[in-house]
Design a protein around this ligand. Structure first.
Ligand code: PHE
Length: 345
């Protein structure tokens, strides 16, 4: 073995040993300068290749080049290890606690009107009612005429109407139009159904009224249905929606499509009937309109009013929600302010 070969072997041992104790970027730079740079030990040694006997020179040259590759590879590996070690010591991100629960993704939930409609549907489902959908654009005939309000009937003034450019076609002013669809589908068999959806009124928008809102209509027709059935169904509904022990009162009223007609109040949800600002000191809050289906409407729906009777009611999910949670402005529902929607579960 030539002197140079012995020197290269010693150089390798020394370089590998000192690399293991280099533990910072600066130390690694220094190591590179000592062994691998143009003035480093390996280059210096190679300059003496010409001293090696000619028959060994090619072999020693090969060993020296191999050593260069080995040391470069070892340097890269050591650099990576030192970097990782620094990361581990300096930054918390590397120490991930995989047992922590994940961060929840923000997901939406039902709009308060939809949530109220679903809750009301659930209650009436328990009382044997099925749910249907009905059109929002309606004929004058179905929205008014067949509900016992022929053209020119003064009661039409109760509903300020959006007319369309098509004569005879209106945006429904109430879900009572659904009564006709429900009866036509089922007559002469008994029917017990509810339907919720949008209604439209040509009205100024105030804290108490929107030009678009929801209503939920219920209708039951069959032999021997009485006003007592209407009362018990509505009382059961109020107890489930507002909570047990909810008091209710029926006031006589007028709708062309029911006779007799009532408006229904519940005892104030805030003061429990004692009198406060929410109920304007009366102790009562109006929640819906109802009555026994008018014989003319039964006839228009395909029933024989001498054989069957029925009741109908219409309520506003927004209004019910306002009363339940003491919300003082209906405009919150449709103003697209997520802060309002987020207050509901
Ligand atoms: N449609 C009526 C309204 O919009 C409410 C109602 C429904 C009254 C069913 C009686 C029966 O005010």
């Amino acid at each position: 073995m030539s002197d140079l070969e012995q020197e290269l072997s010693a150089l390798r041992t020394a370089a590998e040993q000192s690399l293991q104790s280099a533990d910072s970027a600066d130390a690694l730079k220094e190591w590179h300068r000592t062994y691998l740079s143009r003035t480093g030990a390996l280059t210096t040694a190679l300059r003496r290749l010409k001293e090696v006997p000619a028959d060994r020179r090619a072999e020693v040259g090969r060993v020296a080049n191999e050593l260069k590759t080995i040391l470069e590879t070892a340097l890269h590996a050591r650099e990576t290890a030192v970097e990782q070690e620094a990361d581990r010591a300096g930054s918390v991100d590397v120490n991930v606690d995989v047992t922590l629960p994940g961060r929840p993704l923000p997901i939406g939930h039902l709009h308060p009107s939809t949530a109220a409609i679903q809750e009301i549907y659930r209650i009436f489902h328990g009382l044997g009612f099925s749910a249907y959908e009905a059109p929002e654009v309606e004929t004058d005939r179905i929205n008014f005429e067949l509900l016992n309000m022929p053209a020119g009937h003064p009661a039409r003034d109760m509903w300020d109407t959006f007319y369309t450019t098509t004569p005879g076609l209106v945006l429904r002013t109430h879900t009572s139009s659904f009564q006709m669809h429900a009866m036509w589908q089922t007559a002469p068999a008994p029917v017990r159904v509810v339907s919720a959806g949008k209604c439209f009124r040509y009205e100024e928008v105030t804290a108490r009224s929107e030009f678009m809102f929801h209503q939920l209509e219920g209708v039951a027709v069959g032999p021997g249905i009485t006003f007592a059935d209407l009362k018990s169904v509505l009382l059961e509904f109020a107890n489930q929606f507002f909570g047990p022990g909810q008091k209710m009162r029926f006031r006589k009223s007028y709708f062309p499509f029911t006779e007799p007609s009532v408006e229904v109040d519940v005892a104030c949800t805030l003061c429990k009937g004692a009198g406060c600002h929410l109920c304007k000191q009366t102790g009562w809050l109006e929640v819906l309109g109802a009555g026994m289906v008018h014989p003319t409407v039964l006839k228009n729906g395909g029933y024989d009013p001498t054989k069957v009777s029925g009741f109908a009611f219409g309520m506003g999910p927004e209004r019910l929600t306002m009363l339940k949670y003491q919300i003082d402005d209906i405009r919150y529902f449709f103003s697209n302010d997520v802060r309002f929607a987020e207050r509901f579960p």
